[in-house]
Design a protein around this ligand. Sequence first.
Ligand SMILES: Nc1nc2c(c(=O)[nH]1)N[C@H]1C(S)=C(S)[C@@H](COP(=O)(O)OP(=O)(O)OC[C@H]3O[C@@H](n4cnc5c(=O)[nH]c(N)nc54)[C@H](O)[C@@H]3O)O[C@H]1N2
Ligand SMILES: Nc1nc2c(c(=O)[nH]1)N[C@H]1C(S)=C(S)[C@@H](COP(=O)(O)OP(=O)(O)OC[C@H]3O[C@@H](n4cnc5c(=O)[nH]c(N)nc54)[C@H](O)[C@@H]3O)O[C@H]1N2
Ligand code: SF4
Ligand SMILES: [Mo]
Length: 874
Amino acid sequence: MGKTTNLPSPLAGEGGGEDVGKGGGSVKSTCPYCGTGCGIIAEPGPEGWTVHGDPDHPANFGRLCSKGAALGETLGTQTCLTHPTIDGRRVGWDQAIAEVAGRIRSVIDLHGPDSFAFYLSGQLLTEDYYAANKLAKGFLGTANVDTNSRLCMASTVAGHRRAFGSDTVPGCYEDLELADLVVLVGSNLAWCHPVLFQRLKAAKAERGTRVVVIDPRRTETCDIADLHLALAPGSDVALFNGLLAHCAAAGALDHKFLADHTAGFTETLAAARADHVDITTEVARFYDWFATTDNVVTVFSQGVNQSSAGTDKVNAILNLHLATGRIGKPGMGPFSVTGQPNAMGGREVGGLANQLAAHMGFDAQAIDRVSRFWDAPRMATREGLKAVDLFRAMDEGKIRAVWIMGTNPAVSLPETDLVRRALARCPVVIVSDCVAETDTTSHAHIRLPALAWGEKDGTVTNSDRTISRQRPFLPAPANARADWWQVTEVARALGFGGWFNWTSPADIFREHALLSTFENDGSRDFDIGAQADTDYQALAPFQWGGKRLFADGRFFTADGRARLAPVSHRPPMEAPSPEFPLRLNTGRYRDQWHTMTRTGLSPRLSGHRPEPLLEMHPTDAGRLEDGALVRVSSRLGSYVARLRLTADQRMGEVFLPMHWNDQFAAHSVVGRMLPGHTDPLSGQPELKHAAVRVEPFAMAWSGLLVCDSLPALDCPWWVRRQAEGAQIVELAGGPTDQTALIATLDSSYGAARLEVQDPRLGTARYAWMADGKLVAALFLSVDRPEISIAWLAGLVGTDLVTPVERAAVLAGRAPNGFTDTGRTVCACFSVGVNTLTEAIRSQRLTSLEQVGAALKAGTGCGSCVPEIKALLAG
Ligand SMILES: Nc1nc2c(c(=O)[nH]1)N[C@H]1C(S)=C(S)[C@@H](COP(=O)(O)OP(=O)(O)OC[C@H]3O[C@@H](n4cnc5c(=O)[nH]c(N)nc54)[C@H](O)[C@@H]3O)O[C@H]1N2
Ligand SMILES: Nc1nc2c(c(=O)[nH]1)N[C@H]1C(S)=C(S)[C@@H](COP(=O)(O)OP(=O)(O)OC[C@H]3O[C@@H](n4cnc5c(=O)[nH]c(N)nc54)[C@H](O)[C@@H]3O)O[C@H]1N2
Ligand code: SF4
Ligand SMILES: [Mo]
């Protein structure tokens, strides 16, 4: 299924892509969202580009999820960064490059190499990442190159290296289909890796795979679970230690594998036995299934990694697979699912401050080897600062120049207020991004427009080590440049031209491939030397390391043996207290991506969860009502959201999404509340646990604004979303805030305003017109105004000719015959909750198949199936 873009069609002769178009102009590329890494085909048509799944790609075999299917819709609509700026002034690229190089040079000359840092992203392409890493670690002499992968995969990297001697994901996607038991630990696969979830679901239908979900929340992933263990947050190590002790007692260990291929078992089992876990009926069932099933895959994600005990959690899982010998064989193994499209590529080039390049660390031999390969004049010789520490050092004035690429740290890091203060204090802040206004670009002295997905050209590596091409099919905007190009030009301006003489991403890929094989001879896992001379343009997806590693029981440690790591339970750093009695957990929504710079522009995707919700167990609510606005506070900061009461939460725990930020709402940066506690080995912050309290956010009035463009609002609370043709804004304020709000709207929409007030009911309604067209409408009342939002949104920009039409707008009520489809459930076919409920009622639908036949809902990517089932259940 695809979606047509609103961009000019290349067939009409206006678009680009002709140099890359293959097979009648269609282009094969890779989805820019999650680490599943689905292959897509972009197809030109008379009305624009459509995007659909690539049937030949080994990650998805043609499938796409709601986000991938909506890709066409988010092209070109971006509020793009259109030209380089220096201190707010528009400049040409020559000047921008000279200025970046000049400012970096002067900071380093005065304060030394370690006063500079790159902060990179798993959304960069491997070639971009390689270039930045090489410049910093080989030529500027600093290892202060860290990435948002620190917030994402760092604990897995540390756990893999501790167990295997290398950062290796041993298995592949097919293993989930060959397994008899799949254990999902801290992973909401249904929402975060939807295509992988669909593959697992299909396998389950075929062979009856058992699925266990280990997550404090009941998520949509539980839809296919035979067992959901709603464990206490942070108790994974104890749970897996208990499992190891159980497997030992049940005779389920592989003693030959342990003896021949591992070390550390005795201490590890002793530590496991010393840990305490309550063996409930459910836990006992899980232990029994695990002990008695050979083909087990344990999938883990952020519920494991984003913890102050993240690395220990990873090793607790790896210990089990090593002790049972279930690794490197079809249908078994530990499997870390990566988040970002190129989280793995970043690890491969050394994008983390404690990695050098090509999966090498900072040992003397590796430093010497990479230094010789690069012919590096100023090699970094020790690890650099990890993200949380890096921004703390910036706050202390130790980092005096930073170049941020492809990430939004003013939203996504914990201790966000500190991060923002650090950026405000840092004398040189350079930001490369595709989007003009983000919470981070607002701190930049120099802004550099980067190519976006569909324009950029390079490679990415997905969760199962498959390297795929991202190919451009859109013309590059006049002033945007690839990230690798920006780094290369700055390197040249700094005098390193001879070492950065690349003219295309293909040149960089070749160098990267050669480094991976340089003096390797099988001693390092990552070796793609065979691809160095490949035809880069035609490069088909390939998996490095083959389908599975470690089948031979040989690991990348000095003695070739894997290490079991003795680990013991440690609780999350912040414990609830009388002042902050609840535990805050954070994570993702199905149809939003991170800080919403792209998905926030899509009406279909924004319709699924139109605003952030604080999810809470009804027992904890007290007098708080479902749907009320509440203020959540930690010792560091606060957040305002609407309350959603649900028994899917455990008592004493609440959940908020990570996505919203200052561009989309007031008081909705969750990182402001999160402390910067990190895992001692990986440096990964504990983004899933903070102690908070929840109070009513009582306001004198609520409002709803429908408009085509939104002015800066000075209102105690607001949240906006993109609808078809209009912005929809919910607002709330105190007694004195209304006058200021109306004044702001008057000054931006002009004075031609219609108005009706009903002081008795406490309501007021306004409409702003220009040339007979509706520009904006505002509804204020004590409670949330009940008006037909979708209908009104459709009227913005249209002529309101008759008095009846104008009166209808002010009444906020659609004429008979208009039905509001409601919140989007099925994003593929834009089917809303009202449409579904009505069809289920009036047509007496009782099964998914019937709903699919009647409305198509649920027949696309399948991500909404759990929600439709819930509606069917009433
Ligand atoms: N729709 C969507 N998909 C995405 C993304 C997105 O932004 N939107 N982002 C991508 C990225 S970068 C990433 S990293 C992945 C993340 O993918 P996931 O890790 O699956 O997503 P999260 O929602 O962050 O967290 C997963 C679960 O961990 C649980 N959890 C919290 N604490 C604990 C604990 O102590 N133990 C256990 N066992 N579980 C716990 C949470 O309740 C949550 O349901 O998603 C990727 N896919
Ligand atoms: N509370 C909480 N916080 C979290 C998490 C959580 O679960 N809870 N999860 C963490 C995780 S796992 C992750 S991965 C992070 C993600 O957090 P971020 O990386 O901060 O989020 P994004 O919105 O993806 O930011 C990417 C930025 O790069 C831009 N961009 C996209 N493509 C390109 C490109 O090719 N080049 C350039 N130069 N710019 C580009 C986008 O416009 C956007 O501004 O958030 C982390 N923060
Ligand atoms: S599963 Fe991930 S990679 Fe595949 S289409 Fe969805 S967001 Fe894109
Ligand atoms: Mo991530």
